[in-house]
Design a protein around this ligand. Sequence first.
Ligand code: FE2
Ligand code: FE2
Length: 235
Amino acid sequence: MDDRDSPAVRRRDLLGLSAAALAGAATVTAPAAAAAPRAPEQEAEVTPPEDLMREHGVLKRLLLVYREGIRRIEGGERAPTQPLNAATRIIRGFIEDYHEHLEEKYVFPRLREVGRLTGTVSVLLLQHRRGRELTERILTATRHARGARAAPTLVADMAAFVRMYEPHEAREDTVVFPAFREVVPAKEFLRLAELFEDEEHRRFGPRGFEGVVDQVADIEKALGVYDLSRFTPAG
Ligand SMILES: [Fe+2]
Ligand SMILES: [Fe+2]
């Protein structure tokens, strides 16, 4: 229906570049990729690490929503349970059941197979489990319109979630995904790129990622944290 549906050749072109980069010495990877010619009419495909990292962008925005919830409750306002519940449901459906599922099924096992980052992967897996426990409690605490009664545990659980996931996703972006990129052969990278995209659309419909981002933007608007300029310090 859109330009996502005709990309097999483009994907091979992309992965051709990836294969060249992977085949080369580490010192020439970046210049080789930077120097590769690109036809202006072609849209570059989303690679597995980019896919996972933009999902982290969604998570960052939801952590901001949690921060705003914490700020309001600690300031004496009523807990904004409806937008917080909507945010937590996206964390459950998009981050935990989808994004972390991809990490646990395709990323972490590949690193373990080759003995890379095994200690880090164990910590990340434990954090996924702890995150799900926190999410379960936050879902319960925000289920009803009047959340004031649950506010003390709600604040502590949201704060723990933010504190854990900021370093969690930063470590994945800067260490885990680059290592994954190094150990996956180019052909498998192609297969995973297609698999990730198919799974995204199977779970989240034709608009996939973009539809989830729109839902997050609606939550941010409801809480007054959507406007980017709001975060610019005064000059
Ligand atoms: Fe993770
Ligand atoms: Fe992640």
